[in-house]
Design a protein around this ligand. Structure first.
Ligand SMILES: [Zn+2]
Length: 106
């Protein structure tokens, strides 16, 4: 079973999967759902094999479906599609507040 660890570092919780989560696992960030649709193998710069998680979500800006990739450990996930993305402007706005995170294992 996939396990997710959350640690508080600033306003963004760090998501750490100790094992590769199953396809269909849902990550909820402040109610926005990210569903795991694909897992891709990848190699780090030093050649270590690792896993890339591909999440599908609905953009809160334009309601279109988009994909976002993260590692098993993620300290940030794009909440908007490429078209709506604003560099350096998180969805949560200017105020630093905690993002609620929930992992629903498939
Ligand atoms: Zn969008």
């Amino acid at each position: 079973m996939a396990a997710a660890g959350l640690s508080d570092e600033g306003s963004w919780p760090v998501i750490i999967f100790t094992t590769t989560p199953n396809i269909g696992t849902v990550l909820k960030l402040d109610g926005q759902e990210f569903e795991l649709v694909r897992v891709e193998p990848y190699f780090r710069l030093d050649g270590t094999p690792s896993t890339l998680l591909v999440w599908e979500s609905t953009c809160p800006g334009c309601a279109s479906t988009f994909e976002v990739k993260s590692g098993l450990k993620a300290n940030a996930i794009n909440r908007r599609c490429v078209g709506c993305k604003r560099v350096g402007k998180p969805v949560s706005g200017k105020r630093r507040r905690k993002v609620s995170v929930e992992v629903v294992c498939a």
